[in-house]
Design a protein around this ligand. Structure first.
Ligand code: CTP
Length: 212
């Protein structure tokens, strides 16, 4: 049964092009965001998935918008945000992009000695600024040190309701893996530990928490 609840989820990495055959990116597989989309759809929620380039099938019944760059992801998220009751930013957005994309493939003997970067928009932060009190906004925090402090800082700086804290230094979890272990932190400092399990089980637990 479909509910009236609209859920907007971002997933996967972004690609920041250097020239037509080279880009800067990160190892995100998109599995966590796709698992969230699948679990939300199973609950009867209307889901829109904004996805960077991944090798995954969009779950049945989920509307998808495919993007490549952080700027394209930003455009899609900004356009869809107003109608979303719950927004989950699971994408691993590249913080920087090359200042300019070369129009032609750089030949071996033309390689620059450095690539000048500029900042991408912080999508989640700008959604946090637009958020109405009726909307729930959830971010992810990929941390390797000072986990709790860094995650709580992100909750405050980005005006989030919840953050899913991922310790990306733990072996066999997170990036690329089918498994994850997450600590959910709320703006009111509620802490819920989701022990190691498949990303689909973790996704269902996150949604149970958001829709309790
Ligand atoms: N995020 C975003 N836009 C960016 C960078 C990150 O929307 N340009 C979102 C991510 O999708 C995630 C959250 O912000 O939900 C935190 O991302 P993370 O990489 O952990 O942190 P950053 O904000 O990039 O900060 P830092 O790299 O300093 O840890």
């Amino acid at each position: 049964m479909k509910s009236d609840i609209q859920c907007l989820i971002s997933a996967g990495p972004t690609r920041e092009w250097i020239d037509p055959v080279r880009f800067i990116s990160n190892p995100s597989s998109g599995k966590m965001g796709y698992a969230l989309a699948q679990a939300a759809q199973k609950r009867g929620i209307e889901v829109t998935l904004v996805s960077g380039p991944v090798n995954l099938k969009v779950p049945d019944g989920v509307r998808s918008i495919m993007v490549e760059t952080a700027q394209e992801m930003n455009d899609a998220m900004q356009a869809l945000f107003e109608k979303a009751d719950v927004t989950i930013m699971a994408a691993a957005v590249c913080d920087h992009r090359p200042q300019s994309k070369h129009g032609h493939k750089l030949k071996k003997n033309q390689h620059p000695s450095y690539i000048k970067l500029e900042a991408n928009p912080d999508i989640l932060e700008s959604l946090g600024r637009r958020k109405k009190s009726s909307q729930i906004l959830v971010g992810f925090a990929a941390e390797t040190e000072n986990h709790l402090v860094n995650a709580m800082t992100k909750i405050h700086n980005k005006n989030l309701d919840w953050i899913a804290l991922n310790d990306v230094s733990r072996k066999g979890l997170g990036f690329q893996s089918d498994f994850n272990a997450i600590t959910m932190l709320s703006k009111d400092e509620e802490t819920v530990i989701l022990d190691r399990d498949t990303k689909l089980v973790i996704a269902s637990r996150i949604l149970k928490l958001l829709f309790k």
